[in-house]
Design a protein around this ligand. Structure first.
Ligand code: SF4
Length: 115
């Protein structure tokens, strides 16, 4: 099977082709090893870092930006967002504070300071 993949690791956006045969993935079109690694991961275990916002309870009309500390399986992104919609946090919040533990094996951390 052949897959066309655009590398999203850097702004160059190399168009790549991955040929999948059993457990083997052969990549062409990449300009650096990071692109090859990205294409192989996309074919075998695609993951994404999820970014979102969470409501701050004790600050009127304020949201704090958050992200997954590590990438999560691409197929779980909607579930991660659903969990984030259910929670609120209390200020003060500092960059790196954990707002949710163990979501698909990683933490959700704040990426903005709310004092
Ligand atoms: S293959 Fe390398 S140069 Fe090309 S977009 Fe990906 S990271 Fe950038």
């Amino acid at each position: 099977m052949e897959r066309k993949i655009t590398c999203i690791i850097c702004p160059r956006g190399c168009p790549m082709t991955a040929v999948i045969e059993g457990d083997s993935v052969k990549v062409s079109g990449h300009s650096c090893p990071k692109g090859e690694e990205y294409a192989i991961n996309e074919c075998t275990n695609p993951v994404r870092t999820v970014t979102a916002t969470v409501r701050v309870d004790n600050r009127r009309d304020v949201m704090v930006s958050v992200k997954t500390e590590n990438p999560v399986p691409k197929g779980s992104m909607a579930d991660v967002m659903a969990q984030l919609r259910k929670i609120t946090v209390q200020a003060p919040i500092h960059i790196g504070d954990v707002v949710l533990e163990d979501v698909f094996g990683t933490k959700i951390v704040a990426t903005k300071e709310i004092l």
